[in-house]
Structure formats: structure tokens, C-alpha cells
Design a binder for this molecule. Structure first.
Ligand code: PLP
Ligand code: COI
Length: 337
């Protein structure tokens, strides 16, 4: 194993030595195998390359204080992957097979799980149409791969907070499109708007609904939360927003642990300008405070410009549960070893 500097981990790829690969060639998934990390050959006519028939998941393995390894709600990722398979007309995976394949691969890549408090092992399952087609049709063969990489914070600034730009000139997902599943194409279309916002000094884009360009949807790769007048609100799920596992966990923690009033509703973009605290959530982004919101040529500072108290409390509880430092009162922790 190549030496890794655990103190300088970012979200760049440092592939763990082993990956998992399984094929579906005759309507059934084979049992798959663990192989060395490397290329996955596909024909130029593979449906994923031509028509984007592909989906992925994002999960983490956490090193705990006692050095054991755990995952967080992995069956929820299995369910979401399968709902995406249905939407993209791909064969689903048995949930247990999905979780066990990941568990076995983590055990093979154990030394890539960063030490407690230094980062996590990011897990990336990808399922795609590898069969060849010329016309727009579902593939007749599929490939499922899992690779892993030790990671640090998704945004360079980490918990110290980010700047986001509200854009109404690009949308992430239409109402009955694929916004509620992790289709690979959703992310391709976010690259150009993101680059425009980056050039203007922002870390990410905050998208509005495709029908009215009025209501907040989500950040490029994370769900969105707003704290205002004692209420924690998040955009309601309706077909165009990804149902994040972290989003659901934050709603539960906020109401059950901290007794906050929570609302899943339409949030108008201009409500944000006078919010007390804003943050985004995801496996990669965890809970990241949003400290500046831009809209057209205006910039709005949120709260006192520092990560808010409630954001920090919810972050500490979530991370505490994942790292085994706080009681797993909702039964979310899945032990790996
Ligand atoms: N929204 C989008 C578009 C994402 O890509 C992600 C990441 O998976 C999330 C939200 C957060 O989802 P989760 O909390 O399940 O990681
Ligand atoms: C995750 O949070 O795991 C994601 O999948 C987001 C990703 C696009 C980096």
C-alpha cells in the first residue's frame, strides 16, 4: 500500500487497492468478485456511453475510536439505488447482496479506512448498461462495480462554511425527470453552471425549481436546510429532489434529539436572505454551513457570518452517531467488523 498522508486528505481520488465487479449477462447478476482496482473495458456502443443509462451511490465507512469500522444506513442506499434502477430501466440488485458486497470489499481494503477523526473511506457503487445497442433501448448486459477512496472534506473549507450562488438560468432537474435518483447524467449537466459560479467566487450552485425558478431545490450534490425563527425547513421531496439519507437523518435528529420544529415545504429563494442559519447535507458534504448566498449581483451574509450553533449541534450529533461517540438511538449504525 502506498503511504497516505492522513492529515491532508481532501475529496480527491486515492483508489483503494481492491474493487468489486459483477455482471448481469442473462438477466441475472453473477456473484461477482473482488479484483485489483483498474479499468473496466466497455464497447463504444455501450448504452451508458451513448445514452447515459447509469446510476451510482455514495456511502462511507467510518473508523471509530475503538478502531472498529461501521457504515451508516446502508440499506437505505440499496433501496435508493433500486428505485433509480427502475427509473432507468435497469435490473435491480438484491439489497443484501449490495450491502454484503460492500462489507466484504471494506474488509479487503481495511487499511484504507483513515484513522479515527482523520477522514472516512468513501464508497462508490456504480451500476450501468454495458451492453451494446445502436437504437435507444435498454442494454442487454449490465455491470456493477464498487470502488473506494479515503477522503477528507468535500469542500476545501470543510465545516468553516461555503458560499453558494442561486441561479435561475440553469435547472438541475425537471419535475418528472430523474432528479430524485442518482442518475449519472444529473451530474454532467451541473458541471457548466458550477464552473460559471466558481468563476464568480462561489463554491457551488443552489438550484431553483424548473417550473417557476422560485423555490429552492438543492445544492449541486447536497440537500438544503434553512433555520429561521426557530423552525428548521427543507424543500419537500416531490420528484426533482434527491431523497438524501443525511437529509432524513438530520430531520430526525433535529426533531427527536433537539426538539426543533421541522417543515418540509416549498421555500422561496428570497426567504434565505434573512435566514439565521443555512447548511447543506450529504454523505460527501456531511453538514456544511452556508455563510454567503449570492443572487444575481447581490451577496447576502447569513447570520453573523460564522457557522451557526444549531448547525454545529446537529453536525456533532450526526458525526457522533457515525463515529460511535454518541448513542445510536435510531438504529442507523451497521457494524462492518
Ligand atoms: N442531493 C444530491 C444531488 C446528491 O448527489 C446527494 C449525494 O448523494 C445528496 C443530495 C445527499 O444525499 P445523501 O445524504 O444520501 O448522501
Ligand atoms: C455523496 O454525497 O455521496 C454524493 O454522492 C455526492 C457526490 C456527487 C460527490
Amino acid at each position: 500500500m502506498k503511504k497516505i498522508d492522513w492529515d491532508t486528505l481532501t475529496f480527491d481520488i486515492t483508489p483503494a487497492e481492491k474493487m468489486f465487479i459483477s455482471h448481469n449477462r442473462d438477466g441475472k447478476w453473477d456473484k461477482g468478485s473482488i479484483v485489483s482496482y483498474g479499468t473496466v473495458p466497455v464497447y463504444p456502443s455501450a448504452v451508458v456511453l451513448n445514452y447515459g443509462q447509469g446510476i451510482f451511490e455514495g456511502m462511507k465507512a467510518y473508523r471509530r475510536k475503538d478502531s472498529s469500522i461501521a457504515m451508516f444506513r446502508p440499506f437505505d442506499n440499496a433501496k435508493r439505488l433500486n428505485s433509480g434502477c427502475k427509473r432507468l430501466h435497469m435490473p435491480p440488485l438484491d439489497e443484501r447482496f449490495f450491502v454484503e458486497s460492500i462489507t466484504n470489499l471494506i474488509l479487503e481494503n481495511k487499511e484504507y479506512v483513515p484513522p479515527y477523526g482523520k477522514g472516512d473511506l468513501y464508497i462508490r457503487p456504480v451500476l450501468f448498461g454495458s451492453g451494446q445497442m445502436l437504437g435507444v433501448q435498454p442494454a442487454n448486459e449490465y455491470t456493477f462495480v464498487i470502488f473506494m477512496s479515503p477522503v477528507g472534506p468535500y469542500f476545501k473549507a470543510g465545516f468553516s462554511g461555503v458560499k453558494i450562488e442561486i441561479r435561475d438560468d440553469f435547472h438541475r432537474a425537471p419535475l418528472y425527470g430523474t432528479g430524485n435518483v442518482k442518475a449519472v447524467g444529473n451530474y454532467a449537466t451541473s458541471l457548466y453552471p458550477r464552473s460559471l459560479s466558481k468563476d464568480r467566487g462561489y463554491d457551488e450552485v443552489l438550484y431553483l425549481d424548473a417550473r417557476n425558478s422560485l423555490y429552492v431545490e438543492e445544492v449541486g450534490a447536497a440537500n438544503f436546510f434553512m433555520l429561521k425563527e426557530g423552525v428548521l425547513s427543507t424543500p419537500k421531496l416531490g420528484g426533482s429532489i434527491l431523497p438524501g439519507v443525511t437529509r432524513d437523518s438530520v430531520l430526525t435528529i433535529a426533531s427527536k434529539v433537539f426538539g426543533l420544529q421541522i417543515q418540509e415545504r416549498d421555500i422561496r429563494y428570497d426567504e434565505l436572505f434573512s435566514a439565521y442559519e443555512l447548511f447543506c447535507t450529504g454523505t460527501a458534504t456531511v453538514l456544511t454551513p452556508i455563510l454567503t448566498v449570492g443572487y444575481k449581483d447581490k451577496k447576502y451574509k447569513i447570520g453573523d457570518g460564522k457557522p451557526g450553533k444549531t448547525t454545529k449541534e446537529i453536525y456533532d450529533e450526526l458525526k457522533g452517531i457515525q463515529l460511535g461517540d454518541r448513542e445510536d438511538r435510531f438504529g442507523w449504525v451497521y457494524k462492518v467488523d
